[in-house]
Design a protein around this ligand. Structure first.
Ligand code: 15L
Length: 270
């Protein structure tokens, strides 16, 4: 079955590479958009372009049903670079989607939009999607901007917007924190597929992690939209504990804050 066409910005990046591998098999036509064309595009179409280039975006938006916006700097950086790539770039993608009449945008927010919330917060219930934004970096601030812009375009223009606060999307969790925050590549595909095919919605914020035994972020908002995670980081727990150095220290930012070591990140000097 053909479900429709997805324009994926940042399609050559980490999450994009996983989604490009998974979504076509579920019935989506994927058009990749990125600064570079990978050796194995996988996607049926590829557009080399910059999200700063409104004309390139206008051309890429033709006949698109859903935008998945992943482009941007994925870690802390100097504010001027974050401003160009993540803040202005996200504005340009939303505005091009609006001009083209694309009804739905799924956008890669991040756990770092709320990275200064403390693990101690989680006592009786998992942390919800409606907590106060507490970005842990300029990078996190750009994700708060993204969520605000999405809310504005949903309310003002009736666009359907889902902001996914992605955890740690890698082949395997790499440390203790990622036992909480891991999003497996297969679950990432399940999540974006669910959001792309869900019945009409207005504005949604969801956490994007797998069904991790130790996960402490509320997955109900994603589940309500059809996400049914199948993976659990627990399968890697023994390996990670064996490699870890002593018992977890609750004062270590890695363990204490939702955003982990991003709370210590400083922008590079040049
Ligand atoms: C992110 O937002 C980053 O893009 C990614 O590289 C990981 O570091 C992830 O968060 C994380 O919190 O593990």
């Amino acid at each position: 079955t053909k479900l429709g066409r997805i324009l994926m910005t940042g399609a050559a990046g980490g999450v994009g590479t996983f989604l490009r591998a998974g979504l076509p098999g579920l019935g989506w036509q994927v058009r990749g958009f990125d600064l570079v064309r990978p050796d194995e595009p996988g996607a049926t179409e590829w557009v080399v372009g910059d999200v700063g280039d409104a004309a390139a975006l206008d051309a890429a938006m033709r006949d698109v049903d859903v935008v998945i916006h992943l482009a941007g700097i994925p870690v802390e950086d100097r504010f001027d670079r974050i401003l160009t790539s993540n803040i202005d770039g996200t504005y340009k993608v939303f505005d091009a989607a609006l001009r083209a009449g694309v009804p739905r945008i799924l956008t890669a927010s991040s756990n770092h939009a709320v990275g200064y919330h403390e693990r101690a917060w989680y006592r009786d219930a998992p942390i919800g999607v409606d907590v106060r934004p507490r970005p842990d970096t300029y990078y996190g601030v750009s994700k708060v901007f993204m969520e605000a812009l999405g809310s504005f375009y949903a309310d003002r223009h009736g666009m359907q917007v889902a902001c996914v606060r992605i955890g740690s999307c890698f082949e395997e969790p790499r440390n203790r924190r990622m036992l909480d925050t891991w999003l497996s590549p297969a679950d990432a595909t399940r999540l974006f597929h669910a959001l792309a095919s869900a019945p009409e919605f207005d504005y949604e914020i969801v956490y994007g992690i797998s069904a991790n035994k130790t996960g402490w972020w509320d997955l109900e908002p994603a589940r309500r939209l059809g996400y049914d995670p199948q993976d659990d980081s627990d399968a890697f727990a023994e390996k990670i504990e064996a490699a870890a150095d002593g018992a977890p220290d609750p004062e270590d930012p890695e363990y204490r804050y939702l955003g982990g070591r991003f709370t210590l990140a400083v922008p590079p000097q040049e």
